[in-house]
Ligand binder design. Structure first.
Ligand code: NAD
Length: 401
């Protein structure tokens, strides 16, 4: 790709523009708000300056990258664009407006990609007279750093465009995976269990925010615990993804957004960005902000055994029984969602595993983990957890084999 356009110069648009320019593309960076494009270019320049300071980039390279980005506040003059990536606000009407303009202003051969996190690519494409031009290219934040790109085919997407976008992502140093146009694609769907199960455990008084985070980091080798991660991403952003995936999937009980998170969002406690979420961030220190109403719980011997077997095989043999219970509930929920998504043809098992390790830094792909644990043990743990909430942990067909 020689020339591309990025529409929307916010967090994602600025990152994608920087990435493409680094790999030699001429980039039209466009936003409705001229000030925001200016600010985006300034933020890109600052990031490039930091790379120069760290010795990762020469000053000539920095100048060349910055020189390839042309800011604009109108979607015009795109006659030589081969790929346009839309990263405007997550609103279907706004996206339709932008795609109609792109259809008119770019050559008919140009690929039109959306970076949407939660809208249907098929629905976005429906506004165009040639919906075959539209595909999904879902980058992760920060786009210059995060290795994953989910390449999504809508119902009408031209397969040649899908293949070309896959190659472009690879040429830009990314790891692409293919995903079906379903709610949350791979990462934003399979990751739900990490957050929702942690919230339920907190609500049930099984463990505190700190304890649940520690279990997942110490025994699961996750880089961050679920509450730390929600605070980092922003509770509002995370809650809206949970809500969107749940609603679009016809509200399955297992994916129900949690009232604790909803309350924190409505109280304006959005995580690090507001200084308070599940933790308080003050004077450079971090303290849990959420107290737990601790409840004792009892498991039947059958359930306890299933949790023990699952934990041992999953790498948490050193954990005590409460820790193993927390660990099993969270990991089994992630693994089961991955299995259900696989069964629904969302992606191949390899792509699901790649997506979860590269898109959200999981220590292992959930389906690879399930193989190590043994499908029999996975099935056993899920069945046993049905004691907590009948129906919620019904095993994916994959684990019934
Ligand atoms: N932030 C993330 O972590 C993340 C990750 C992956 C995907 N996404 C998706 O990427 C897209 C952008 O997200 P973001 O976080 O960068 O948002 P943002 O709010 O930071 O930026 C959106 C930009 O779009 C601009 N815009 C609005 N209407 C426009 C129009 N008609 N024409 C041109 N520009 C317009 C706004 O002025 C703003 O600068 C969304 O679809 C989001 O779901 C976000």
């Amino acid at each position: 790709m020689k020339t591309i356009a990025v529409i929307g110069a916010g967090t994602m648009g600025a990152g994608i523009a920087q990435l493409a320019a680094k790999y030699g593309c001429e980039v039209h960076l466009i936003d409705v708000n001229a000030d925001l494009v200016k600010r985006a270019v300034e933020s890109i320049t600052k990031r490039l300056d930091r790379s120069v300071e760290k010795g990762k980039l020469s000053t000539d390279e920095r100048d060349a990258i910055a020189g390839r980005i042309s800011p604009s506040d109108t979607i015009t003059g795109l006659g030589n664009v081969e790929l346009a990536i839309e990263a405007v606000v997550e609103n279907l009407d706004v996206k339709h407006k932008v795609f109609k303009q792109l259809e008119a202003e770019t050559p008919a051969t140009a690929i039109l990609a959306t970076n949407t996190s939660s809208l249907s690519v098929t629905k976005i494409a429906a506004a165009l007279s040639d919906p075959a031009r539209v595909i999904g290219m879902h980058f992760f934040n920060p786009a210059p750093v995060m290795p994953l790109v989910e390449i999504i085919a809508g119902e009408a997407s031209d397969t040649a465009h899908i293949d070309a976008a896959y190659d472009v992502a690879g040429a830009w140093g990314k790891t692409p995976v293919r995903a079906k146009d379903t709610p949350g694609f791979i990462v934003n769907r399979v990751a739900r269990g990490f957050y929702l199960e942690a919230l339920r455990l907190l609500d049930e008084g099984v463990g505190s925010v700190y304890e649940i985070d520690s279990v997942m980091k110490t025994h699961g080798k996750f880089r961050m615990g679920p509450f730390e991660l929600m605070d980092l991403v922003g509770l509002d952003v995370n809650f809206s993804v949970s809500t969107s995936v749940w609603q679009q999937m016809d509200k399955p009980e297992r994916l129900t957004p949690h009232a604790i998170q909803e309350k924190l969002v409505s109280d304006g406690h959005l995580g690090r960005k507001t200084g308070r979420g599940f933790y308080v961030y003050e004077d450079g220190g971090v303290m849990p902000a959420h107290t737990v109403d601790r409840q004792s719980f009892e498991l039947s011997p059958l359930t306890a055994n299933a949790i023990l077997a699952f934990s041992y095989k999953a790498g948490a043999s050193e954990a005590n029984s409460t820790e193993q219970y927390i660990f099993t509930r969270i990991l089994a929920a992630i693994i089961n969602e991955a299995g259900i998504a696989y069964g629904q043809g969302v992606a191949s098992s390899d792509d699901i595993d790649i997506a979860m390790t590269k898109g959200t830094n999981y220590p292992k792909g959930p389906l690879e983990w399930a193989d190590e644990i043994g499908h029999r043990n996975v099935r056993g743990a899920l069945k046993a957890l049905g004691e907590v909430a009948p129906g919620r942990y019904d095993a994916a067909a994959l684990f019934e084999e």
